[in-house]
Design a protein around this ligand. Sequence first.
Ligand SMILES: Cc1cc2nc3c(=O)[nH]c(=O)nc-3n(C[C@H](O)[C@H](O)[C@H](O)COP(=O)(O)OP(=O)(O)OC[C@H]3O[C@@H](n4cnc5c(N)ncnc54)[C@H](O)[C@@H]3O)c2cc1C
Length: 288
Amino acid sequence: MNILYPFAKRFIAGEDLPTAMKSIQSLQTSGYLSTVDILGENTHRRDQAQQAQKSYLDLLNQVDKESLPMDLSLKVTQMGLDIDWELCKKNISEILNAASGHTVRFDIEGSDYTKQTINLCIELHETYRNLGQALQAYLYRTGGDVERLLDQGISIRLCKGAYNESATNAWTSMEDIRANFLTLAKIILKEGFLPAIATHDEYILTEILEFVKKENISPKSFYFEMLYGVRRDIHKALLDKGYQVRIYVPYGKSWLPYTLRRLTEKKGNILFVMRHLFRETFGLSKIN
Ligand SMILES: Cc1cc2nc3c(=O)[nH]c(=O)nc-3n(C[C@H](O)[C@H](O)[C@H](O)COP(=O)(O)OP(=O)(O)OC[C@H]3O[C@@H](n4cnc5c(N)ncnc54)[C@H](O)[C@@H]3O)c2cc1C
């Protein structure tokens, strides 16, 4: 599948820590915050889960040496949720101990894991106050999850949702997803603890900018979060307007599932990949 790596490079900050550190440092120099994700999910062996945990500990060690203010994003299935709940909890607790000077947020994966992920977040948050949770606006259940997390004072990152979900548990039309996103975003902006609005959708962003002005919400009380390599024009525009912009920076060797989600969420990406592969396969390059 290495044939897709040239496309992955747009969305990831490299395959190893030294390469990723360059991107993290460069973002910081340009005024952005970052949340770093070491790629990997659905780990099925204990040694793989432990290796993934070690990668996070190595990253923390490095950023602390360089005094880089950085958040972490992690997936509970990478830490062993499919293997054993206690193993997963132990792996994550050790990361949270080492990450006391950083905010750590659980990514939210396919709906088979939603309930367990949120339960684990609430349980661990009792000890580790630096733990936050991402939520997906496309799921019907998310309004209830927002209330639960707000009650616990847990910081929420709201995104639309990137997995294939059926109409039994998720809205599937963009209109409905946007409407729920805006409803929930307004709640977390008013009531949440350091909430993050994670979208590149200009329709939603325009509404949010109007809302925060109307409600007198301080730009320092929340974050816009965007993906590395996606709509850098918007990252810059929001930063220039004085908002806090945090970039989600993924790196690592297990880049395929993440890249496929990025490639498939925009029709133009797939057409671009197809055209490129067709040209390469049939030797149609104009430069010979
Ligand atoms: C910080 C952050 C964290 C996230 N964490 C999670 C998570 O934990 N769980 C989860 O399910 N999802 C997560 N997501 C992904 C999210 O759910 C969406 O799949 C993704 O953000 C695309 O939706 P959008 O809101 O940007 O709007 P869209 O309507 O999809 O996109 C709006 C515009 O942004 C640009 N754009 C968006 N995506 C791409 C792309 N892949 N390639 C090129 N241009 C693009 C296009 O110009 C597009 O018109 C996260 C997103 C962000 C920004």
